[in-house]
Design a protein around this ligand. Sequence first.
Ligand code: CA
Length: 749
Amino acid sequence: MNRNLLFALLALVAVSVVVMVSTEKTENPGIAESNIETQGSTISSVGLITDDRIINLEKNEPGNWLSHGRTYEEKRFSPLTEINKETVSQLGLAWQKDMGTNRAQESTPIVVDDIMYLTSSWSIVYAIDAKTGETLWRYDPEVPGEHARKACCDVVNRGVAVYEGMVYVGSLDGRLIALNAESGDVVWEKDTIIDRTRFYTITGAPRAAKGKVFIGNGGAEFGVRGYVTAYNAKTGDEEWRFFTVPGDPSLGFEDPAMEMAAKTWKGGNYWEFGGGGTVWNSIVYDPDFDNVYLGVGNGSPWTRAVRSPGGGDNLFLSSIVALDADSGELKWHYQTTPGDNWDFTAVQDMALAEMEIDGVMKKVLLQAPKNGFFYVIDRSDGDMTPGERLLKAHSFASVTWATHVDMETGRPVQNPDLDYTGQAQWILPGPLGAHNWQAMSVDVDAGVVYIPAQDNPLIYGMNEEWKKTGVLKRDPGGWNTGLEFGRLVQLLLDNIADQPTPKGYLKAFDPLTGEDKWVVEIPHYWNGGVVSSAGGLVFQGDALGMLKAYDKDNGEVLWEFNTYTSMLAPPITYEIDGTQYVSILTGSGGGDMFGGEPLPPVAEHASLTYNNFGKLLVFKLGGKEELPIPEVRDRTIPVQKNLTTDINIIAAGERSYNEYCAVCHGVLSKSAGAIPDLRRMNDGVNENFNKIVLEGILANNGMSSFSDVLSEEQVTNIHQYVKARAEEDRLQAAGEVEMGRLTWQDGAG
Ligand code: CA
């Protein structure tokens, strides 16, 4: 169809939608009537978000943010200049909105004219007046509380897609839901999950293009098989599905890509574990080639020795996969970490650009995956070897698992000294990656990428059971990493002297030369995503609760604002009626809940110090709104009653705790701030401990029953371990014991 004709037809549809809602009184009492009455004149353009409009965003409407990474290219670079190096000192809070959550917020909003669409925790969607913060409508998909346990990294959501009059959200429990952009009413809903006995989740933002909505899922830690599905944007009918790893070969293959991929998996019963390869964050549409790129995740389990004992690359784990947008057929792939052994993934944000490389203009794809190398990939169609597709690959953080990427073969060269199948090893990066989902920003004119990077090592050691028997069964209710999580704390403390220091960075990185233009160190490693602008600024929120504007030329802090809450979400910037705004969601947690309480000297971690306040903060020049200064939270640890003296009980409790509880409540039973710290359990929680863990009486909060994996005795042991940890830390804080692991042992037995 002719594009102009299509546009005219869509305009007609949009107008009739407006007329329809204007005359129809909404039935839903939860939807603000002001939506229709006060916003009617401007809301109509929502219906007009089309491929063409997104493609021409830069030229026609620089003030909007229409797609997840702003444009289809997902550079997260704004051409706006009102807020710039000179004016930023006048930046102030314009308004704030309490999002009613203390769980992590990870959403990138979409801004269409004067409406902002975003998600909060529990996949709840908001349409907000982007000038005032007034809620136009709110949609709660009512995710069952017990589904929280099926998520590796809390009840987070990274945003919606807005397209042709609809708002699309993936709910934590795996539904793709299309809402009317005007009213928030459900238009259609699809169950995207192929196997409800497995722990699938959706936390990523759907992407929409070519009349389709694309969505993947998460769950590789629990043992699932990854795939992405394209649905018809209007009807929700399935258009295609692409699996990222092969299933049981005895059942045949879905497509030639799976037949090819299966040859790279050797031995073992990987399909029983699921294989992994979940596409939980990055899906990018490329109008230049009409491709959809998938960022594919880690293996399930993490360790290749368990899932594919005969070796092999295990396609398409940790790969960038290019599919034909219309058919879902494989066009090409590039694997960043062949045979991934470290939970490295290639799900991090991908940006599309045109860059001059060694004198030749190339259409490139840019990604900084967890493995620590920055990839510049040739995204043109056609057959290329990995070495031909790979244009540049420099490390952007501390990397020890590999020495470099071989530019001839396009493959990383592993460090043979750090093979951990025998001896446990500290390795950089660890599973949180040198860069995670917190988006980077690409500044093509400056030739740099601003990356929220980190050094965060893990001591990788093989599972003890596997070491003894050479086999491991999938645990359907727990994490399946192939590593020794049960004894992780002991392993960590036995090797503490060799631990590389964890830290965070914001850096301006030249992907072609591998040089840092500038680097700013941040004491804590788990910080927020970034946006940069033609105003010469880079914005980032960090773990210390500071939202900062950096000079993009040298990293100098030109403005800062204390939000009193740690941040992960990427800020965005937009313009309405000639006024430029910067917005940020506050609230940390997500993938780092496992890491728990930050190590000293990072006592200033904001969410730990105050609370994990889920807010939406919006700034403009001359903004005068004030943020209340919260009280410092009471972090004293109460005396524990009825603590056992039996060291065996506590040790057994520790193993179960590390396997099932640490993922959310933190290692050493120290919470990072978003989830209750079990060392501070009150009498009520203590009395009901077994009921909470086995009967799910707090399931609505996300603390569901673990009766499928834990016995009464194991729960009692966990309870004792948590109390012992509390007592140890209480005694240390009181100066009654000097230090040391499990000082309660001295008093025990
Ligand atoms: Ca993972």
